[in-house]
Design a protein around this ligand. Structure first.
Ligand code: GLP
Length: 242
């Protein structure tokens, strides 16, 4: 396992940003998977800042969203599509056809999940996947005890996130809110993974992810088995490691 611990948050964001840029520079037609959330917003913006000052060729890169909220408008600020577009995709002038996202609204999500997986495969699979970490150890929307054999699927989201999205989108309880996500099998199929975690609120789960046995109750612990995964942490999230 490769573990990188940065001194502070700025160094963390810059290091992660350079993992993305480095991939693009070494393989201009690469496929990069991105996560949304508090951990990744800044690092995406730093990639955009560097691009604005020192443009590099991102025209052949495919960006793939790790997950998406189901049954909200795509334009909702908390939809992964809108977050990624605002934070990075628009700044890098990525064409719509090179930005693969699961839909938020569909009459057949099962069909869309299969099509999403096939499109990733058609483009050669994911070269680099930047993965956020949930406080309960989830990856994407793969909550604790998610099956390890799923590729792309629709699942429950964590209750706190669901509650926030309902409040912000005024979604009534009768209407289902779920998460579409790359499953753990598809995640493990990425050639290279950088797991990013920062802040004291992640310290406990970072310790479990790295020091517990590989268990279904902590989905992120499966990354211990990935042959090319870097765990990029700031000193706060690494503070409980022995
Ligand atoms: C959310 C997202 C994940 C993200 C994770 C961490 O549930 N579905 O893709 O990686 O939570 O988010 P944060 O960085 O805000 O803690």
């Amino acid at each position: 396992m490769k573990i990188t611990i940065t001194n502070d948050e700025r160094a963390f964001d810059c290091t992660a940003a350079w993992r993305i840029i480095g991939e693009i520079l070494s393989k201009p037609d690469c496929v990069i998977g991105l996560s949304t959330g508090r951990t990744t917003g800044n690092l995406h913006r730093i990639v955009g800042e560097i691009y604005s000052h020192y443009p590099f060729d991102a025209s052949k890169v495919t960006f793939v969203g790790l997950d998406e909220v189901v049954n909200v408008p795509r334009e909702y600020v908390g939809a992964c599509y809108t977050m990624l577009k605002t934070e990075l995709i628009d700044t890098l002038l990525i064409k719509e056809e090179n930005f693969l996202m699961l839909p938020t609204i569909s009459d057949n999500f099962d069909r869309d999940c299969i099509a999403f997986k096939e499109e990733i495969d058609r483009r050669g699979g994911i070269d680099l996947l930047i993965l956020g970490l949930g406080e309960n150890g989830h990856l994407g929307f793969n909550q604790p005890h998610s099956p390890w054999g799923h590729e792309v699927w629709i699942t429950d989201m964590n209750p706190e996130l669901e509650e926030r999205i309902r409040r912000e989108t005024l979604t009534p309880v009768e209407k289902e809110l779920r998460g579409a996500t790359l499953g753990l099998k598809s995640i493990m199929n990425a050639r290279k993974i950088v797991l990013v975690a920062k802040g004291y609120n992640k310290a406990g789960i970072v310790k479990q992810m790295l020091e517990s046995p590989v268990i279904a109750g902590v989905p992120a612990s499966i990354l211990q088995l990935h042959p090319n995964c870097e765990f990029l942490l700031d000193s706060a999230s690494a503070s409980e490691l022995s």
